[in-house]
Ligand binder design. Structure first.
Ligand SMILES: Cc1cc2nc3c(=O)[nH]c(=O)nc-3n(C[C@H](O)[C@H](O)[C@H](O)COP(=O)(O)OP(=O)(O)OC[C@H]3O[C@@H](n4cnc5c(N)ncnc54)[C@H](O)[C@@H]3O)c2cc1C
Length: 466
């Protein structure tokens, strides 16, 4: 339908881009009224990645793609010296996607995680991942803003742009059996502009309006928890800060992600009431509470200690010794970057369907997951890879991008990937949210087995890097 004008349109876009500064991020309030092949609603990390992936795909690169984003254009300023409090642990698979779409080279700063220690308060069971045999890193810690800046630049390099100040206010999806002239998505923006497209990508976050327009229900529940985030100052002159630490407290997991030798990022999931208490503390009191939570030693229940010792003995007699050694202590936190504390409510939410006629969900619009496994954005980037592959194959066959058959392929693949991770993170959150001795015993024995049996360790590491 749109192919005759596609080449002219995209050449025009590239010329416009060439005329503007290479350092400027695209900041157009955008002229999106008109006809598109694909409209992405939502210019967060996942929506930007979706548009960049489509426009850098060899088959799809001349398609008409735009991103609509409610927010105003980001200020065109250099990156601040101090780290932001919102960061993501990106998997190597996500890094490969960002490389493919030309965004990784625009990532202005990141840190590399080479080790990860997971331990708890109710027993001395622990697991430590390190990549001694293979050169690949475990994860990359990148600020959300830095990821978005890099993706905007990649999008710009590919001739695309984000239409900021463009809230989608009305969505009309075609009905099954619609006449060919009506078989398209019609969108209205808050300021009255109108667009049509062959495929609408809902990347508009966990409160997705696209999902509502699709009539898709969600399953899930709130955890009654909030993630308290902050940028932490560490003592100068310590060892290189390359370890990600996660300690399970009965109130929820507490994670420290390395940013630089003197900074780490905190994600401390805890009850709503405790999060409010932590936010109300003066900085010094907060730091004391945090160091206490990281360092405090607790005596394990005798039955748990006995089971841990017995498991260790049994595994040892089978020649399966933990390569992790004793629990190591995380760095001491010396302060907070001023005003870097904030809290975010946590919930599990899963869309019953990811696709409907001419519409598809990606990222948090499709599912929302507890941050304990650091996988929400990684799952969203996985959606982007799968969707691009499916649409590229459809376009190569000369097919219709919004046709149900290929969208169903996307849905099956991504629901399979999501279901496993949602179940795992929800299970871990429940298993570690209790001090009941039988459950502490069960999880402690399980963790020791995971730590000592090489194939299980390998499976867990591969899962984290996928
Ligand atoms: C504390 C915390 C720590 C986390 N840590 C990690 C981690 O280490 N690793 C990881 O992989 N994930 C992590 N996550 C999850 C990750 O942050 C999310 O999965 C990710 O931000 C989702 O991105 P998104 O683009 O799908 O949605 P969003 O970031 O919510 O973006 C949606 C965008 O859509 C726009 N929008 C909404 N409605 C409209 C509309 N009507 N019209 C136009 N635009 C609209 C919004 O303005 C927004 O920009 C963490 C989450 C939390 C809370």
């Amino acid at each position: 339908m749109l192919r005759s004008s596609r080449h002219l349109w995209s050449a025009g876009r590239r010329l416009c881009r060439a005329a503007s500064s290479a350092a400027d991020p695209p900041s157009g309030a955008g002229p999106p009224a008109g006809e598109y092949d694909v409209v992405v609603s939502g210019g967060g990390m996942v929506g930007l990645a979706a548009a960049a992936a489509l426009l850098t795909d060899p088959v799809l690169r001349d398609y008409r793609v735009t991103v609509l984003e409610t927010a105003t254009p980001p200020a065109n300023k250099p990156l601040p010296d101090e780290f932001s409090n919102r960061v993501c642990a990106l998997s190597p698979a996500t890094r490969r996607l960002l490389e493919r779409v030309g965004a990784w080279s625009h990532v202005e700063r990141f840190s590399t995680t080479q080790h990860m220690q997971i331990w708890e308060t109710c027993s001395d069971a622990m697991i430590r991942f390190e990549n001694l045999e293979e050169p690949e890193d475990l994860a990359y810690i990148v600020e959300n803003d830095v990821i978005c800046r890099a993706l905007r630049r990649a999008l710009e390099d590919a001739g695309g742009e984000v239409a900021y100040s463009s809230a989608v206010s009305e969505i009309h999806l075609p009905t099954v059996g619609a006449a060919p002239t009506d078989d398209q998505v019609r969108l209205q923006l808050a300021d009255g502009r109108e667009l049509t497209c062959a495929l609408l990508v809902g990347a508009d976050g966990f409160n997705s309006a696209v999902r509502r327009a699709m009539g898709v229900r969600t399953l899930g529940w709130g955890y009654g928890q909030r993630a308290v985030v902050a940028t932490l100052k560490l003592a100068d002159g310590g060892p290189a800060n390359t370890v990600a630490w996660q300690r399970f407290l009965p109130t929820g997991p507490l994670a420290l992600l390395p940013l630089s030798d003197t900074r780490s990022s905190l994600v401390w999931s805890t009850s709503d009431a405790d999060a409010r208490r932590l936010l109300s503390f003066a900085d010094d009191d907060f730091v004391d509470a945090l160091n206490g939570a990281l360092w405090a030693e607790h005596e394990a229940a005798p039955a748990v200690q006995w089971a841990c010792d017995a498991t260790r003995g049994l595994l040892g007699s089978l020649g399966l010794r933990s390569p992790s050694g004793p629990v190591q202590l995380p760095p001491s936190v010396t302060g907070l970057v001023p005003n870097s504390r904030a809290a975010f409510p946590l919930a599990l939410q899963h869309a019953e369907n990811y696709v409907s006629r001419r519409a598809v969900l990606v990222g948090d619009a499709a599912r929302r997951i507890h941050p304990l496994a650091g996988q929400g954005a990684n799952l969203g980037f996985g959606d982007v890879s799968e969707l691009t592959e499916v649409l590229s194959a459809a376009a190569a066959r000369g097919g219709d991008l919004g046709a149900p058959a290929q969208l169903a392929e996307y849905e099956t693949a991504r629901q399979r990937a999501s279901a496993a991770l949602l179940a795992l993170t929800d299970g871990l959150q429940r298993l570690y949210g209790t001090e009941l001795a039988p459950l502490v015993l069960l999880r402690s024995v399980g963790l020791q087995v995971c730590d000592a049996v090489p194939i299980v360790r390998r499976l867990l590491m591969d899962r984290a890097r996928a």
